[in-house]
Design a protein around this ligand. Structure first.
Ligand code: UN1
Length: 501
């Protein structure tokens, strides 16, 4: 059964309270002033390894205070942080443009996401960290399962969502009653500093949330410390592995790693897919944010009957994209994060130009770290062996009898983060989706921009350990479980322990 065609679908980007963050022209006018007033990045001092170690010791004191602060009070601090973010949105939007090189649309979405994280984890925290769950037991005994903080959690975050992912990690760990030592990406230190100041202002004690600045060596010093209670990390698979090894190698407590890493994310387009919808969704998923999202589309499988037409439509839409200064509201795609990222992508493009068929190469400004969108066709998915973190799309044709082989190729990558399926046949969608362990599956729409609390985000295999950020299982992983079994029958039974008196 083939579903009838329908109007094109654009996912809504509204946050939990439906906030509008102001009209673009007004924001743009404000941005100029704020951008000029900011501190130069060179004034940021990197933390030394000794200071990083001292932060863990101070965090132990912060933990003693914060873990015994009622969950309600912790939740209220997070909500205040969300309100402060909303009030100061233009500052954060300006910084995201400046430090992160992100377009205005991306900056607005990111500030919304950051506000959502504060409010969502506050609400989840109230639900999960209050009195605990009373469990049925024999008469004369009360049994309660409750969640508590673990200790000092190390949070290591990436440059591609320097506000939202940074705050997502930190607010979750704090809500669960942990103290946090956060190490943001060295490319985006100022945003992190402002975000931490804001959380302190919102009521998080300074020793419960400390910031250390620096590169991977500082992160490694934190992870190697014997007194940490867990690590939350977003970044490359390679670094997640290194963290895992470091945690396994040291003596002391066995602590969890929550990791969200990369993907060779695929989309499968069959002959019944709506071509205009496919073009829209492929261009958004592969090229928006200059492809610098872990959710972005890297590998497009197109059924051969419609492949030429589909590639033509995608190329047509890609041509409409404007690359340039992210501060210009007409820009769709800004620069990639730095010269190192550009050099890596340029090398991949050069390699593809030799070995693959080029369908499209866009125009990019010649100064600055711009990388033009490219579309290459591969003979087989096996030719793409690693995540390419930029605006480069790889296309592979398949015929109808090869669908299972396509599914097998996606599984064989061992990444399992996002997946798109474009088809009007429900059985085809089910056949693909049921066979892959992918974390976030998107059907007949784009594959980026997961909404907090609506589309919990994260994968498995080479893509991470879970739990999913912005979902109901995230906070418990940051916590200890404590089962409290109390004799309430005997004279002097300790029922009062549970009533909070
Ligand atoms: C990342 O890029 O590291 O769904 C993860 C999305 C975002 C991805 C964030 N939540 O596009």
């Amino acid at each position: 059964h083939i579903r009838p065609p329908r109007a094109l679908y654009q996912p809504q980007r509204i946050n939990s309270r439906g906030i509008e963050l102001g009209d673009r022209a007004a924001l743009q006018a404000l941005l100029g002033d704020i951008g000029a007033a900011r501190r130069p990045l060179s004034t940021m001092a990197a933390t030394t390894a000794e200071q990083a170690v001292a932060a863990i010791a101070a965090g132990r004191k912060g933990f003693a205070v914060w873990s015994t602060t009622p969950a309600e009070v912790r939740a209220a601090a997070l909500e205040r942080a969300g309100d402060l973010l909303e009030q100061r949105r233009t500052t954060f939007i300006a910084l995201l443009q400046d430090e992160g090189g992100k377009t205005l649309d991306d900056c607005i979405s990111e500030v919304r996401e950051a506000i959502d994280y504060c409010r969502y984890y506050a609400a989840e925290g109230r639900r999960l960290f209050g009195d605990g769950v009373a469990l049925p037991g024999p008469t004369g005994e009360s049994n309660t399962l409750r969640l508590r903080g673990r200790g000092v959690v190390v949070a290591i975050s990436p440059w591609n969502f320097p506000l939202a992912i940074f705050l997502g990690q930190v607010t979750a760990a704090l809500m669960a009653g942990n103290a946090v030592v956060a190490k943001p990406a060295e490319q985006t230190p100022v945003i992190a500093e402002l975000a931490v100041t804001l959380l302190h202002e919102a009521g998080v004690p300074p020793e419960a949330l400390q910031l250390v600045q620096g590169d991977g060596a500082i992160g490694a010093a934190l992870v190697a410390h014997p007194d940490i209670a867990g690590v939350v990390f977003t970044g490359s698979t390679e670094v997640a592995r290194a963290i895992n090894r470091a945690l396994a190698a040291k003596d002391g407590p066995i602590v969890p790693l929550i990791a969200e890493t990369g993907g060779i994310n695929a989309m499968i387009v069959d002959a019944t897919a709506l071509p205009e919808q496919v073009a829209d969704d492929v261009v958004a998923s592969a090229f928006r944010s200059a492809g610098q999202r872990c959710s972005a589309l890297r590998l497009l499988f197109v059924q051969d009957d419609v492949a030429d037409r589909t590639i033509e439509l995608i190329t047509g839409s890609a041509r409409e994209l404007r690359l340039g200064d992210p501060r210009d509201p007409a820009t769709h795609i800004g620069p990639v994060i730095d010269a190192e990222a550009k050099a890596k992508l340029d090398a991949h493009i050069a390699h593809m130009r030799r070995d693959a068929r080029l369908h499209y190469a866009g125009d990019a400004p010649t100064t600055g770290t711009y990388v033009a969108p490219h579309i290459f066709e591969l003979r087989s998915a096996a030719e793409l062996t690693e995540e390419v973190f930029g605006p480069i799309l790889h296309v592979v044709r398949y015929n109808a009898s090869e669908l299972d082989a396509v599914v097998g190729a996606i599984a064989a990558s061992r990444y399992a983060l996002t997946l798109g399926v474009q088809s009007r046949i429900d059985e085809t969608v089910a056949r693909i989706v049921d066979r892959l362990p992918v974390g976030n599956v998107y059907v007949n729409r784009n594959i980026i921009g997961a909404v907090i609390g609506v589309q919990p985000f994260g994968g498995s295999g080479l893509s991470g350990t879970g739990p999913k950020a912005g979902g109901p299982h995230y906070l418990p992983r940051f916590a200890l479980e404590q089962t409290l079994s109390i004799n309430t029958a005997a004279a002097g039974g300790n029922a009062a322990l549970l009533s909070g008196d």
